[in-house]
Design a protein around this ligand. Sequence first.
Ligand code: BTN
Length: 276
Amino acid sequence: MRRLDAAAVERELSRLGASLGTPLAVAAETASTNDDARSAAAAGAPHGAAFLADAQTQGRGRGGRSWHSPPGENLYLSVVLRPGLPASSVAPIALVMGLAVASVVERRLASAARRRREPSLDDGPAAEVRLKWPNDVLVGGRKLAGILVEAQLRGDAVSSVIVGVGLNVHASSFPPELSARATSLAMLGIDDVPRELLAAELLQALGDAAARFEAGRLAPFAEDLARLDWLRGRRVDVAGVTGVAAGIDPEGHLLIHGADGVLRAVAAGEVSVIAG
Ligand code: BTN
């Protein structure tokens, strides 16, 4: 089993000119890289400080769930952002971070398809990268990456935003409770990209997306949000609001078209997709 090589991540970061990833800490094992990033931010870590671990013992997902974090297989990465934004406008950054991760996955799938000389990525639904609001990255309907965004506020100001990304890379199987819903790059036919390079590509994409969000909020992302929206047209329930998902509004809220004809905007919550 190959351990994560910190020097290789640093080399790739500087080759790509990534704006995030300095300083970089790489642990063999930690409880949660989001916790590491949060403590470092509280102690004054700068914008861009990044935390990677080969394994997590208490990897966390949204809604208090745990995140499957075995050693040697996947990427567990958290970064400290210090956006110059008021607290009232920071929430949609979670969506934008999802788009950034999706863009790295799309590029990797496209280059693997080119190497196999497939004419395009649209050969079949199995290759489709989608974003499930707010920020799950799905390929072929299965979850490839999850993102946990935690903001620390000081009054009306944002003191820091911790963005944690879990990307399934080499995993060839998952525990039974995940196996029907999860996938990995290896399962999608990509098993030749080192985790170090993927980590650098993620940090580059997250940094670019954070800068664009700071400058233009969600407007520069509107097209990608619509293009990648996995929920659109599906029947959903978010905290008791039910109906058909009808896109994402300019504030990043999920639009739900109820059976009563009313279009409601939901700011946050766990989405259940209603079968049938
Ligand atoms: C989700 O889909 O529920 C979010 C999962 C986020 C997992 C990542 S792994 C790196 C970072 N550290 C954590 O404890 N969680 C995030």
